[in-house]
Ligand binder design. Sequence first.
Ligand code: GPU
Length: 808
Amino acid sequence: MEKIYENKEQFIEQYRQHVRALSGKEFEDTSDIDRFTALANMVAGDARVIAAKTDERNRTEGKKRVYYFSIEFLIGRLLDNYLLNLGIRDLVADAIADMGGDLDEIERQEPDPALGNGGLGRLAACFLDSMAHEGIAGYGNGMRYRYGLFKQEIVDGRQVEVADEWLSKGYPWEVKRPDKAVRIGFGGHVVSRQEGDRTFYSVEGTDDVLAVPYDIPIVGYGGETVNKLRCWSAEPIDDHFDLDAFNAGDYTGADRDRANAEAISAILYPNDAGEHGRLLRLKQEYLFVAAGIRTLLDTFEREHGKAWNELPRYVAIHTNDTHPAMCGPELMRILMDEEGLTWDDAWEIVTNTVSYTNHTILPEALEKWPISTFSTLLPRVYQIIDEINRRWRESFDMSKPESAERLRATAVLWDGEVRMANLSVICSHSVNGVAKIHSDILKASTLKDFAAMRPEMFNNKTNGISHRRFFAEANPTYAKLVTEAIGDGWLDDARELEKLTAFEGDPAFLERVGASKLANKQRLADYVKRECGLTIDPNTVFDVQVKRFHAYKRQLLNIMKVMDLYNRRLADPNFKIQPTTFIFSGKAASSYTFAKEVIRLINGVAEVINNDPRVNDVIKVCFIPNFRVSNAQLIYPAAEISEQISTAGKEASGTSNMKLMMNGALTLGTMDGANIEIVDLAGRENEAIFGLTTPEVDALRASGQYFAWDVVNSDRARLGRIIDQLLDGTFAGLSGNFESIHHELMFNNDYDLVLKDFHSYVDAWESLTATYPDAQDWNRRALHNTAMSGWFSSDRTIREYRDEIWHA
Ligand code: GPU
């Protein structure tokens, strides 16, 4: 790798200059935030120099460009990552230490942009990293929200949402590009005009806003490729300010247009795999789609002229879930209305360019919009969708017996709604799920009618993670050990981690693996002490469940296990428990009452147990507030047990399971999502698997023979006691009992089968932790998990997308 700085001295000289230029002060007199801003500015500048070279190379080589459309990019802090990817992390850390500063402290000043909810948004960010590493001309196209996902505070055990002002100290990575702004029209009405034998459509009387891009450089490992993430912000069209109103004292009214326009990019909607019913959300979706499509067509035209039929050869448009589903219709609109192509020619181009990833089978998460809302906001796009739907229906041979049902299942317009998943499939040449089991379920149930009609378009791309961010960067002690053992080739090619299997029989090495884990646990314990004032003991097992709160992810099952252990210990002081710290972290959508109640229950249980001297030598419960990329990077390396306990069939893939595995945690999980592939890779004997499988869940539901009451009544001593404790005040100290959880389990018949899996789960936990005292064998299994985790690098995932979907 070519180094940007010859040596420390050269770096120091340039850094000092940057600090001076930005703050007017000498380095020694600046605050850490000034130091951060100057350093990020400098690295961003270096990155842009490489970006220009990358661009030039892409142009001369005539490379296919991949546009990854995603309404979320959860990128995390960039500075440390970019220093690593540029190969200058150690040099910079040394140099700054020489200057009397501390790189870690400087890095902690960086905002952690929460421009995503969870797995879906983080996946998009890992994909950007991997596209740049693989040398793909890959561009992220997303939204620049003024407020990212809310900041979570815990008050009396409850989640309280606070605005996330991530831009308040400036964001040195982004560059605003007003010259690349795109005018976006909402509302209005469609008019037609005749030209020869052709009818052309356009929209009149629209309400326009300006989509203004902000570009963030994406630095690939190796420093060869720097790509771009383009995020769109909404602004009013110029001349919006009403001077007369202002002079008359109506200050708010004077700037009303600005407020209305900016509202579109004001917030990230906090629903993860849930309903999105708001008009503003639909505006967001159209804004970033229309602006992105316009931009990529302009780029294409600059390079290839108006040879639109060549578009699929030089451009891939990937739609991350259904939020960008309007990519197809919008591209149709421009090709027909503005470029004069016929429907058939435009359709051929669109369907060969667009591809789609599905991320869930939960029916409530499949995006739908009322036709009335949609057609009013986007009349021409709606008209095109209507025509897509009409042609789709017409393609059915209604004399065939299966046609009626297939049409019902695959139609885009149905029951007064626009079904975005069906739209996405019909506009695409490829549909993929995100783990083997998920892709199979898509074909067998969620999208089975499409799969029957067009099997060749369905494929699987098991998710991946950036092993550089979530291992090399997050876990420097372990990463150093790994590099000492097998060299640093694994940073470039994660499959090399498999060489670590050669050390599984090396007691001295295993001991060092354990020592590094202990250091990471201590680091997390320090963080927990600072953030929550809670003391946790690094010599206990760190059992971790960190992810969004959702009923199907069953954090409830986990905390019920803790309640059970507590009860049994109180009943019998000789009941043996391997001393454990149960760590939870994650947010719940603001409107998701049940999930928020589970958070409150965890904090209620923590309050009681952590203050009960009869048990707190063996159990502690710790809820870490405000889970986000930056504290995730402290939590994964400290984990020893990875809780992946969703009801089988519900978790599309999961990615925290991969991050935890890579950092040497053993998976305690159901046969769901990518857990199945973890077991395939690392062997069932190196994980702890429990619970119903997907076919068993389906059979049980189909039988109609599951009765939550009976399950509880067959175990009054343990389950019955826990159920009672939800109501009897035992854990109610902070803010009351837990009626709604009780109701869900007992009166909604425990939809997520928490009670059903309870015993097999607790048994699995007990057997797993019983093996903990044999430290050498535990460390061996931890090392084995790390060694086999390389396949989960998003580099591998991206190579599969490149070869099998994008053909880039
Ligand atoms: N996922 Br749909 C989200 O994070 N948000 C969503 O809105 C939807 C799905 C997750 C899946 O739940 C998870 O299993 C998967 O690993 C992740 O997307 C990335 O594919």
